[in-house]
Design a protein around this ligand. Structure first.
Ligand SMILES: [Zn+2]
Length: 493
């Protein structure tokens, strides 16, 4: 489908049909008992959450809406990730286990299933479509329904109400989650079309921070220049975040694709840094709606990479701590945090052993990919150097696993050259760096006793956190579509 066809169709008309905002239905109260039972079972219940469930039904008056709404999506962050972060964040020198920012704001759980045509397990596109529009769609859909008709998003609605809008992500700004708030497309894979739509369908945000040079600066089209012509200031390094003009919208692209892993980034807490700059740009009398995505928790999960996943969680935690301060100073702000789904089937403890030990993760300074690259650059293998990059000491057995990588690479390569031409197009040639990376991941999984069941997504419910104005509305057992519906209501729809 051509993106230009969409442009015109979208114009404001979508609202009433596609989406019906009977939010605080009396039905919810009858689910209170079963919600209580479920929450008790999974150990997530707090007295606050249960008490607040009745508040959830109380309607919000039009005079009492939050001025600013900040929606945070932690892509892939099922409940195992927030549990793991508690232990990752624990200071072993003290007897107690320190509370995390997540524990301060837990409200309940959300189901994540997509439209029936895609079964029970969602992808990020259908997940973000539900969170952005209140409508379930098929996996791969970018804010279009199962018939590929565009759906109004909460960001578009906020803009139409005269609020400023922004997106801050660690993926490309045209990746599935941000695109589902800003665009409409039959497929998340149409990256260039999605990038084009940010101009062609009308500019919908005042702030865009994330990656994406590959789709925004192309041979056939330079969308960065088009943003500049439309009056935007453009920045391409973090250092420029401090010098932004407040009276001009801003496009900030900091990488080809996604940003580096938090572990490898020049600022390991870049979400808080970017969001701080974004709130500075967005604050105004009419208020703002902002989407922030911790995009790469999901990538850590897909990669079965607990080191990168925990440091992405740390990036998110520092963002939430910054937002706590922001809400304290701006109490007419609502912050909601949830995930679109869980990734990797991550478990704390595996192999019948009652142990999950994040110790080595806390001190790591580089991702396993960067360490693998360093190992190759520094030939021959030097255990001391490798220990330095890992920031923990390999034992003899672990170092042997690293030394074995080269011979298994030679064997894999010898096998690969014997493949037929067609087989070669189907199978990737073995890569030394990838084999070193895998060896490091295996060592870390064993050290920490981390388990994984899949390199894809799982259908488990995800936690919902909220604080600030009318955060009580997000308590109990929700569905991902409820979150968008509630946000629409709080935006006066
Ligand atoms: Zn994913």
């Amino acid at each position: 489908m051509s993106s230009s066809k969409f442009n015109l169709k979208l114009n404001l008309k979508l609202s009433s049909k596609v989406y019906n905002s009977k939010l605080f239905s009396p039905k919810l109260s009858t689910t209170l008992l079963s919600t209580f039972a479920l929450l008790s079972c999974v150990g997530l219940a707090t007295n606050n959450a249960i008490a607040a469930n009745s508040e959830q039904n109380s309607p919000v008056s039009q005079q009492d809406l939050p001025k600013n709404i900040i929606m945070v999506i932690a892509d892939g962050m099922g409940p195992a990730y927030t549990s793991a972060y508690r232990y990752f964040n624990d200071d072993p020198a003290t007897a107690e286990i320190e509370k995390t920012v997540f524990e301060r704001h837990l409200k309940g759980l959300s189901s994540t299933y997509p439209a029936p045509v895609s079964g029970y397990v969602t992808d990020s596109a259908a997940g973000a479509t539900a969170l952005a529009t209140g409508v379930k769609s098929y996996n791969g859909a970018i804010s279009v329904d199962v018939n590929k008709k565009p759906l109004l998003t909460v960001l578009e609605w906020a803009k139409q109400q005269g609020k400023r809008t922004g997106v801050v992500v660690t993926s490309r700004i045209n990746h599935a989650t941000p695109a589902s708030y800003l665009s409409h497309n039959e497929s998340r894979r149409n990256y260039d079309e999605l990038a084009n739509s940010y101009i062609d369908n009308g500019i919908k945000a005042d702030v865009y921070f994330g990656g994406g040079w590959t789709n925004y600066i192309r041979d056939d089209r330079n969308i960065v220049n088009e943003f500049k012509q439309a009056g935007f200031q453009y920045i391409d390094s973090y250092s420029q975040l401090a010098g932004l003009a407040n009276d001009k919208p801003v496009l900030g692209l900091f990488a080809d694709f996604g940003l580096p892993w938090a572990l490898d980034d020049s600022n390991k807490h870049r979400l808080a840094m970017m969001t701080k700059a974004a709130t500075g740009q967005l604050k105004n009398d009419a208020g703002f709606f902002m989407l922030v995505e911790a995009s790469q928790i999901d990538w850590g999960g897909h990669d079965n990479n607990i080191a990168t996943a925990m440091h992405e969680m740390d990036d998110l935690a520092k963002l939430m701590e910054y937002l706590e301060v922001f809400v304290e100073k701006n109490p007419d702000t609502l912050v909601v945090l949830t995930a679109d789904h869980s990734t990797g089937g991550f478990t704390l403890a595996a192999n019948k052993e009652y142990r999950w030990d994040p110790e080595v993760l806390r001190t790591m300074k580089y991702s396993p990919a960067t360490i693998a690259k360093n190992i190759i650059a520094k030939d021959p293998l030097d255990q001391k150097e490798i220990n330095k990059w890992l920031n923990f000491e390999l034992n003899t057995e672990e170092f042997q696993q690293i030394t074995k990588v080269d011979s298994s690479y030679q064997q894999a390569k010898a096998k690969y050259v014997l493949l037929s031409a067609t087989e070669k197009t189907e199978k990737k040639a073995p890569e030394l760096k990838e084999l070193y990376r895998r060896a490091i991941l295996a060592i870390i999984d064993k050290r920490t006793n981390t388990g994984w069941t899949t390199s894809g997504h799982t259908g488990i419910d995800v936690p919902v956190f909220a604080f600030g104005k009318h955060s009580e509305q997000f308590s109990g057992q929700l569905d991902n579509t409820d979150i968008a519906k509630k946000i629409f209501t709080l935006l006066g729809k």
